[in-house]
Design a protein around this ligand. Structure first.
Ligand SMILES: [Zn+2]
Length: 304
């Protein structure tokens, strides 16, 4: 599942490609991905333009020129794939030379790669296709179909926004606010960090990494944490997310980002996905257990 750094990367890449292009055509191959009535969705999209794109937590919010917002959530396995020139066959991603005129700009974004070849778009997981006036295309693919597209008005957007917790990269997440939100809770700190209504955008990978950096076990009840531990967790959140964004996110398998690069934060992971391997700090064996229903990784010696 793409988390904040991956969604941030997608949004930044798409911003350069898809804004201010007239949407010429829309194909909805799986209607239930669209959470509006299909007729009204099509009417609102065709002929419109995307004029802005931003992220709230893991949700993508695209401003429409003629009013309203298109929300896109990738959930578990969603992908957004952009082709600048669909009429020519794109070159294989990893051999693509950046900036050359003949190369086809391709954006792949979202969730884990399911082995699909980007040059074979649309594929059987393509659910929605936007075609722009310059013949470029944006594919919304989703293997497991938990993702969605939904158009909302500004009032509805405010309601959606109000359900999100504090943005971890913004200035509003102060140490005091963080403390207030967690200190009396009996829930495990891992579950609280995953709770999108508390902090928006953290998922399984980064919560494990944040708790390792803070030397706190994911299973600890939040109300058992000392002030020092809370501060350590708080202090780990921003640097880890920023580092991951700089690395263009963590990707597994063949996931490729907007410039045909594989997100390389995976090499910087300290605990996530490293169960059975040696801790990079103390050489103890990294353990894995289930916390809040999610596979959770920690070092039994570094994390108390
Ligand atoms: Zn360790």
């Amino acid at each position: 599942m793409p988390e904040l750094p991956e969604v941030e990367t997608i949004v930044n890449d798409l911003r350069i490609k898809i804004l201010d292009l007239r949407i010429k055509n829309l194909e909805v191959l799986l209607p239930r991905i669209v959470k509006n009535s299909l007729a009204s969705f099509k009417k609102k999209i065709i002929g419109n333009k995307f004029v802005d794109i931003e992220r709230i937590g893991k949700l993508i919010v695209i401003t429409l020129e003629r009013g309203g917002y298109l929300l896109a959530h990738l959930k578990m396995t969603g992908q957004l794939i952009y082709f600048s020139h669909p009429t020519s066959p794109p070159v294989p991603l990893l051999r693509k030379e950046r900036g050359t005129k003949s190369s086809k700009q391709i954006i792949i974004a979202g969730g884990h790669n399911d082995g699909a070849k980007p040059e074979e778009m649309p594929n059987k997981w393509t659910r929605v296709i936007f075609t722009f006036s310059d013949r470029s295309k944006l594919y919304f693919n989703d293997l497991r179909t938990f993702g969605y597209l939904r158009i909302v008005n500004s009032k509805e957007l405010e309601i959606v926004k109000s359900k999100f917790g504090v943005e971890p990269l913004g200035i509003e997440l102060t140490l005091n606010l963080f403390k207030e939100k967690i200190k009396f809770r009996k829930t495990s700190i891992k579950a609280l960090l995953l709770n999108q209504q508390i902090i928006a955008g953290l998922g399984n990978i980064y919560t494990d990494e944040i708790l390792f950096a803070a030397k706190v076990r994911p299973t600890r009840a939040a109300n058992s944490l000392t002030a020092k531990e809370i501060k350590s967790i708080y202090k780990a959140i921003r640097p880890i997310l920023k580092k991951a964004i700089r690395a263009r996110g963590t990707t597994f398998n063949n996931f490729v980002d907007g410039n045909g690069n594989i997100g390389n934060f995976v090499s910087q992971l300290k605990v996530y996905g490293r169960n059975g391997k040696k801790c990079k700090k103390c050489a103890s064996i990294i353990k894995k257990l289930k916390v809040a229903g999610r596979g959770t990784h920690y070092c039994p010696d570094c994390q108390k």
